[in-house]
Structures are given as structure tokens and as C-alpha cells.
Write a protein that binds this ligand. Structure first.
Ligand SMILES: *Cc1c(COP(=O)(O)O)cnc(C)c1O
Length: 442
């Protein structure tokens, strides 16, 4: 199959129309193509590894709904589960049997998790985890790492990675100094900075929140020893550790990136709370907080930490999440890993042949491509921010013209799915040489 630069009059028309009634024409900023320019594509359908825009152009998709589409778009068992659930009612504002089944499915993959509370977005999950940590410790402060994204709750927007990196915002307007002042932002992969913060704020830090592998500033797994060191430091100082698996959970591997690191860390060194999202909702709005019973049972109605939601545990979202996790078997993870490996090989070859300095970053089945000179893996946000975004922009547009939908930001992970078979990888490989030459010329 050959590709030419697409005609996109319908996407352009929809974008113009949306811009008149929706701020920036989008309901989440990165969709506006702010850092790459051009006409944001409006999509009308997806199937397996492919998505189709409003003008009928189809693309091999590497956005994957920003993570949830683990099994591919419109995966038949997930669609059937959603249809079946919907036919029985869209929700009751009361518990449904499948909520416990989904909680059991999560617990089966995460031995550290004894209880699960479901919410609708990853933002709510991290916000709630922090409330539990403050409730449990009676302390006010939180440590987060620069470039890590934990959703858009006020206290977590400082130095928060992709969306903000793309738009060069220093955080966000509308967040009070009092709120921002309760978040200490530290460089990633720096245990000395963490030890120093605990010393300066003795008895004040409730929790350290960390992406299990950073994946919202490009993919940056923790350095060897970092996760163990941070948990040890936090616990020694009476603080909890919240491992944010919203993006990596059930995607980087069957039990997230923590599942990849778990066996390298002594058994008495474990995070206290986990947050899940994206894959766990199978493409519908569902996220979750999980942890030990003694912490999770601090939540209402058992304990004093309030949390609730009209749509929490919605039966259709629960059905999509359950079908996705049940479909994510060993064979599916093998297909995901094979697709990520093949993609890494093809990208490395094409960019290498065109002489484009770059570095492919991996965290399990997640990958991202940094443009620029990175002889060693970057360890933190400042280092990632040195990448050549002009090369990314040229590469992005040439890939789009070649029929591959990449994330429209240099600071995002690329998402393969279990449906990215050899045909899909071959189509990507076909688009790569021209895109690599475009990057070289930029
Ligand atoms: C996407 C993401 C969130 C926020 O989830 P939403 O559902 O967009 O609110 C939180 N943490 C991480 C690591 C994420 O990637």
C-alpha cells in the first residue's frame, strides 16, 4: 500500500467548527497539535491497529487512546462486553456484581493490593491516593518528580511533563501558592535530593508519588536502585509511597512496570498505594486506587477519608475493563512485546540510515523516541527537555503523511497494541525512511 499526503478537508472543517464552541477545539490539550502544527485529525473509526479519519484516510495507530487500547481498537470481545452491559442498563447508582470481579482481577495481578476503590479518571485516582496518604499520616506535604504527570489536580500540576512541556506552561494558572507550596518537586532518579527533602521537612512529608516508570516525558524508566532507594527513604521517614501505574499498569507488562521491577527489590520494600487507569477501563472512563487493607479501609464508608463518585464503578466501564484484562493474557503480552521490539528495530534502522541522532527509550512494551544527542539514557526532565523538537515535528508529519498516527508531541510514549501484527509493523516500516529523511533535513 502506498501513501500520499492526505486530503483532510473534513478534519479541517470539524476543527474550525469545534474551535468556535470548545476552547482550542479540544477536550484535552495535546489533541490540538499545538507543538506540531497542522490540521488535527478527527477520527471516526478504529479497528485493531488501524484508525480512520473523517476524510477516509487510514493510519496505523501508535496513540492507542493514550494507552487504554491494549488489545487494539474495537476489539470484538471488549465491544461485545460493552454492548451486553449497556443492554442491561447504563448504571444504577448502586453496586453491580462485576465491580468485585474487576477488583479481583486487579488484585490477582498485584499481590501488594488487598483492596481496590474505583473512580472514573486517573486524576481522581492520584488525588484520592494522596488524600489517603495525608489521612493516614496526618502530614501535609507531597514529593513528586519533575516531568512526572499524575493528572490535573491542583497540587500535582507542578512540572508535570508532556502536556505542559508541549505548551511550555510553568505549571498552571489558577493554582494557589498555598496548594502548590504543599508539593515539593524534585529531580527524578536523584536519591540525594529525596534524602535532603526529608531532612529539611522532618515529620511533614505524607507521601512520595512517582510514575513506576516515567512515561509522560518520553519513556524514562527508573535507574537501577532508584525505586528501592526511594521506598526505603520514605518508609524510614514515616512517609508512604504512591506508585502511579495509570499509564504503565497492565501495559508495560502484565502487572505494570512495578511487576518488572518487583523481583529485583527485597520483599520488605514495597510501595503502599498504587493508582491505575487507562488500560484498567478498557477505553471507557474507569481508574482505580489499590493498596493494603489498613490504608484503603481509611476510605468512607469505613474510615474518615471521604471519596465518592456518581459514575464510579459504572457497569459499562467495568465490563470494558474486565474484558480487556481478561483478554490481556500471556499471548497478548507476547504480541505486545514483539510489536515493541520490531518497532524499536525499524525506527533505529531508519533514523540511523538517515543520520538522525536519536535514542529509543523502553519500559517493557512501552517505547518512545528522543531526538537529539543522548549517548547515555537521560535521567530526568531537564535532560529530556534538551531534545530537538523541530526534528520530531518534521518526523511526525512525514509519518502522518505515510499513514502512521504518532503522538503529536515529542514528550509522549508510543503505544503499540496486541493487534499490531507483522502487517501493521510493515506499514510503519514503509513510512519510516521518508520520515527519517524529513527529520534529517529539519
Ligand atoms: C494519564 C495519566 C494520569 C491521569 O489520568 P486521566 O485519566 O487522564 O485523568 C495520571 N497519571 C499518569 C501516570 C498518567 O499517565
Amino acid at each position: 500500500m502506498k501513501f500520499q499526503a492526505q486530503h483532510t478537508p473534513r478534519s479541517a472543517e470539524y476543527a474550525a467548527r469545534a474551535t468556535r464552541v470548545i476552547p482550542g477545539g479540544v477536550n484535552s490539550p495535546v489533541r490540538a497539535y499545538g507543538s506540531v502544527g497542522g490540521t488535527p485529525r478527527f477520527f471516526v473509526s478504529g479497528s485493531g491497529a488501524t484508525v480512520t479519519d473523517a476524510d477516509g484516510n487510514d493510519y496505523v495507530d501508535l496513540v492507542g487512546q493514550w494507552g487504554p487500547a491494549l488489545l487494539g481498537h474495537a476489539e470484538p470481545t471488549v465491544v461485545a462486553a460493552v454492548q451486553e452491559a449497556a443492554a442491561h442498563g447504563l448504571g444504577f447508582g448502586a453496586s453491580v456484581p462485576a465491580e468485585a470481579e474487576l477488583a479481583e482481577e486487579i488484585i490477582a495481578r498485584m499481590p501488594e493490593v488487598e483492596r481496590v476503590r474505583m473512580v472514573s479518571t486517573g486524576t481522581e485516582a492520584t488525588m484520592t491516593a494522596i488524600r489517603i496518604a495525608r489521612g493516614a499520616t496526618g502530614r501535609p506535604l507531597i514529593i513528586k518528580f519533575a516531568g512526572h504527570y499524575h493528572g490535573h489536580s491542583d497540587g500535582l500540576l507542578a512540572a508535570a511533563g508532556s502536556g505542559l512541556a508541549t505548551f511550555s506552561l510553568p505549571g498552571s494558572a489558577g493554582v494557589t501558592e498555598a496548594t502548590a507550596g504543599q508539593t515539593l518537586v524534585l529531580p527524578y532518579n536523584n536519591l540525594v535530593a529525596i534524602a535532603d527533602a526529608f531532612a529539611r521537612h522532618e515529620g511533614q512529608i505524607a507521601a512520595v508519588i512517582t510514575e513506576s516508570a516515567a512515561a509522560n516525558m518520553g519513556v524514562l524508566p527508573p535507574d537501577p536502585g532508584f525505586t528501592e532507594g526511594l521506598i526505603t527513604l520514605a518508609h524510614r521517614n514515616g512517609a508512604l509511597v504512591i506508585t502511579d501505574e495509570v499509564l504503565t499498569g497492565f501495559r508495560a507488562g502484565p502487572s505494570g512496570y512495578w511487576g518488572i521491577e518487583r523481583d529485583t527489590i527485597p520483599a520488605n520494600v514495597r510501595p503502599d498505594l498504587f493508582t491505575f487507569g487507562k488500560v484498567v477501563g478498557g477505553g471507557l472512563p474507569l481508574a482505580a486506587i489499590g493498596g493494603r487493607a489498613e490504608l484503603m479501609d481509611l476510605l468512607a464508608p469505613l474510615g474518615p477519608v471521604y471519596q465518592g463518585g456518581t459514575l464510579s464503578g459504572n457497569p459499562i466501564a467495568v465490563a470494558a475493563g474486565l474484558a480487556t484484562l481478561r483478554g490481556a493474557d500471556t499471548a497478548a503480552y507476547e504480541r505486545l512485546a514483539a510489536a515493541a521490539d520490531a518497532l524499536e528495530i525499524e525506527v533505529t534502522r531508519a533514523l540511523g540510515e538517515a543520520g538522525v541522532a536519536h535514542r529509543v527509550q523502553r519500559a517493557g512494551t512501552l517505547l518512545s523516541v528522543l531526538f537529539g544527542d543522548f549517548p547515555v539514557a537521560p535521567a530526568n526532565y531537564d535532560q529530556v527537555l534538551t531534545q530537538d523538537t523541530a526534528k520530531h515535528r518534521a518526523f511526525f508529519h512525514a509519518m502522518l503523511a505515510g499513514g502512521v498516527n504518532l503522538p503529536p508531541s515529542a514528550f509522549e510514549a508510543w503505544f503499540v497494541s496486541a493487534a499490531h501484527n507483522e502487517t501493521a509493523i510493515a506499514r510503519i516500516a514503509e513510512a519510516l525512511p521518508a520520515a527519517a529523511r524529513a527529520a534529517a533535513a529539519a
